[in-house]
Design a protein around this ligand. Structure first.
Ligand code: MG
Length: 160
């Protein structure tokens, strides 16, 4: 059986005025933020899906359905910690995460290292095992117009 496996994750949320902009539990100062049932953190959600994918455990919607009031307002780091527990039960642990944030405004470059460190902490990983990149969409499409924010992630897990 393979000692390590890799999964991919993606998430997108609409931007809404007055919503807090939270990434891995860190608040990014901005007049609008991702809208959704939980804290709507696309980065944490993409990483959860990448981890679940790597472990062959389905997706975030199966484990934390947005139809369940239990997950209303749930912070991204809580989903990450719960995912870690799901992985542990299946005999896996997170090894490494790489992610891309797709966001026009606010500029996330100045925040990416801090966000990566928070992500690492939630996953019980060393900061060097988590990388976060920030891209704009050059003004194109809904993300480029600031109407949405998205994240992509790749995660590798290893046998415990
Ligand atoms: Mg989401």
């Amino acid at each position: 059986m393979a000692r390590t496996r890799t999964g991919i994750g993606f998430d997108l949320h609409r931007m809404k005025r007055g919503r807090p902009f939270l990434l891995a539990g860190l608040r990014i100062p901005h007049p609008s933020g991702p809208d959704g049932h939980s804290d709507a953190d696309p980065l944490s959600h993409a990483v959860v899906d990448a981890l679940l994918g790597a472990a062959g455990l389905g997706d975030i919607g199966e484990h934390f359905p947005d139809s369940d009031p239990r997950w209303r307002g749930t912070p991204g780091p809580e989903f990450l910690q719960r995912t870690r527990a799901l992985l542990a039960r299946a005999g896996w642990k997170p090894l490494q995460v790489d992610a891309v944030l797709l966001c026009e405004r606010p500029k996330l470059g100045p925040h990416k290292r801090r966000v990566a460190a928070a992500l690492a902490k939630a996953l019980g990983l060393r900061p060097s095992a988590v990388n976060v990149k920030a891209k704009t969409m050059e003004g194109l499409g809904d993300i480029g117009k600031g109407r949405a924010v998205a994240a992509q992630a790749v995660a590798t897990v290893s046998r415990r």
